[in-house]
Design a protein around this ligand. Structure first.
Ligand code: ADP
Length: 586
């Protein structure tokens, strides 16, 4: 029952709905006692031979009145209780979503998207059921059940009540047990189905690889195995499900058997009238639902409890990166400075960056190169505070980044990450993502700078063409350029291109860089790239290796040093010459 105490804050908030809802349930429970009583009066009157039309008319009229009242009340308590439960679902979902959006990317790295989705759907649903069906079954099993048993014992015959109710606790127990068995098996069936789903999704997205490696038959066989597993687990669910009906019929039948056999004896003995026995058996039938409800209640509570705890423990994880007190809410134009001795993602792990000291004057362009895994992305993420740098090691305009609010940092820095992402929306909406109110002229200007305007015009609906899962298929280079346009639209003080030109051809790359040089004069740009031509014009270039700065300087200076950079540059020149079919470079 602890779940009801935990949800007390919500019941208090929805006081009105719950007080009215439960009050109506109570009135309905009371009225439910009435029809059997009328049957008893009429049966006894028939047996006594004094049934008159006036007598029958009066009681039938009252019966109809009770029926109509119950009809109305049953409608309203449902609306009230389930309405409140839906509002609880809405609030929990809202809380979770708001919480997720405050969390840093580390949080999402550590958890699977599917699990987070499950919390936001299944767990919220289970708590919602507790607040609706849970309250209903609690009131019905205790109040309605109690009231019926009390009427049977006090107003009819307590001995017969005791005898007939003997089998009922077994029913509550059986329902509760079947319920939890069913839930366990259902979870397994669901898990099997989700594995099957993942497999299908993976195979459809990866169909080219499957075909290229001739693995169709092997994949078909493993699919077959998964579907068989799904069938097996669903049959296991059906097996328990099939137990409910027969068990209830058996136990209820036995209860009726006891009531009628002992009841007949009491009637013959003169301890009860026939009318009372009839009334008694009707009540017995009415007890089935409260008993079932009691069985359901234990399962509803268990599930609600577990789900609520899971949601709460998620909500209890506090965001790792938050605004500090007195943080500045505006990012100034200024110098970027790194004074990082050592940085690792987790304590005790080898450093990802070490002895990284450099500064980028306001308006300058910095190039960062190095092998994959050398720490380029980490460097940028520290600047954005997507990963928290050690205090006082990364500065913008002389203030450490933790001295700015997150919205100032992320609003003032345009970041085009390596793994660009387009939403299932129009191209215009994708470009205007960071500034939804941008005019069409602004969107087009950003697209022109990113050299994607012409491509967009060639699409069927121009800027209104939809992209993403259900939209047109764009090439990797086009997606990259749309992501660049998205960042450029913000006209940020600092622009970061994290290997964002890798999929565009050399000529387009040169055009984009040239446009940036002109358009972003006086603003700071940081570029990480594999192709060195992308950073050739940078004011300073850092060559990272295993997280340390191995070489630094301008393009010409680095070429003279005859290190990794010079070697790489020569190799790339050679490659591009061969690609162009330009013959021997020597
Ligand atoms: P680059 O951008 O140069 O390819 P990264 O900055 O992405 O390099 O990665 C540098 C190193 O940090 C890699 O060894 C990578 O495995 C590690 N790394 C990156 N992100 C995380 C993280 N969230 N947790 C732990 N290690 C990470």
């Amino acid at each position: 029952m602890r779940i009801f105490r935990d949800l007390w804050w919500f019941f208090k908030k929805e006081k009105k709905s719950y007080i009215w809802g439960v009050a109506m349930l109570l009135v309905v429970a009371l009225l439910d006692i009435f029809p059997a009583y009328v049957v008893r009066l009429v049966v006894d009157a028939i047996e006594g031979g004094w049934l008159t039309p006036a007598f029958l008319g009066k009681w039938l009229f009252l019966l109809a009145g009770a029926g109509l009242t119950m009809y109305i009340l049953r409608y309203y308590w449902r609306v009230l209780l389930f309405g409140a439960a839906f509002r609880l679902g809405k609030q929990l979902r809202g809380d979770l979503y708001a919480h997720f959006s405050r969390m840093s990317s580390q949080f999402f790295n550590r958890r699977r998207t599917g699990d987070l989705m499950a919390h936001a759907t299944n767990d919220v649903q289970a708590v919602q059921v507790t607040a609706g069906d849970g309250v209903l079954t609690l009131v019905d099993s205790l109040v309605l059940g109690g009231l019926v048993v009390l009427t049977m014992a006090v107003f009819i015959n307590w001995k017969l009540t005791l005898i007939s109710l003997l089998p009922m606790p077994f029913m509550a127990w059986a329902i509760s047990r079947y319920g939890s068995m069913m839930h366990q098996r259902f979870l397994k069936a669901q898990a099997a189905f989700s594995t099957l789903n993942d497999k299908v999704q993976e195979n459809i997205s990866g169909v080219r690889v499957v075909k290229a490696f001739g693995q169709e038959e092997a994949e078909k066989a493993s699919f077959q195995q998964l579907t068989e597993d799904v069938v097996e687990k669903n049959i296991a669910v059906a097996r328990v499900d099939a137990l409910f009906g027969p068990t209830i019929t058996l136990i209820v039948g036995f209860s009726f058997f006891l009531a009628v056999s002992f009841g007949a004896f009491f009637v013959l003995d003169g301890a009860m009238t026939i009318g009372q026995l009839t009334q008694f058996t009707i009540y017995l039938g009415q007890l089935i639902w409260p008993m079932l409800a009691f069985g359901f209640l234990t399962n509803i509570i268990q599930r609600g409890r577990a789900s609520y705890d899971r949601i709460q423990s998620l909500l209890d994880v506090s965001p790792e990166i938050v605004d500090q007190k007195g943080a500045v809410n505006r990012l100034p134009a200024g110098e970027i400075r790194f004074e990082l001795d050592r940085f690792s993602h987790r304590k005790g792990e080898p450093p990802v960056l070490q002895a990284v000291q450099f500064s980028v004057p306001q308006g300058a362009t910095l190039g960062v190169v190095g092998k994959t895994g050398s720490g380029k992305t980490t460097l940028f993420r520290l600047l954005l505070r997507e990963t928290e740098p050690p205090a006082g090691t990364v500065f913008i305009g002389g203030i450490p980044v933790e001295g700015y609010t997150l919205s100032a940092l992320r609003g003032g820095i345009g970041y085009v990450p390596q793994d660009h992402f387009l939403f299932s929306a129009s191209i215009r909406e994708n470009i205007a993502f960071g500034k939804p109110k941008a005019t069409m002229a602004e969107v087009e200007k950003a697209a022109r700078l990113a050299q994607i305007h012409e491509d967009i015009l060639r699409l069927p609906d121009g800027y209104e063409t939809r992209v993403g899962e259900r939209g047109v298929t764009l090439s990797g280079g086009q997606k990259q350029r749309i992501s660049i346009a998205r960042a450029l639209l913000l006209d940020p003080e600092i622009l970061i291109l994290d290997d964002s030109l890798s999929a565009v051809d050399a000529k387009t790359e040169e055009q984009i860089l040239e446009a940036l040089r002109v358009e972003r004069k006086g603003k700071t740009t940081l570029i990480a790239a594999h192709r060195l031509s992308a950073i050739e014009h940078a004011d300073e270039i850092l060559v990272l290796e295993y997280g340390t700065v191995q070489e630094r300087g301008t393009h010409w200076k680095l070429l003279q040093q005859a290190g990794w950079y010079a070697e790489m540059y020569r190799r790339q020149q050679l490659e591009s010459l061969i690609e162009k079919g330009g013959g021997h470079p020597w």
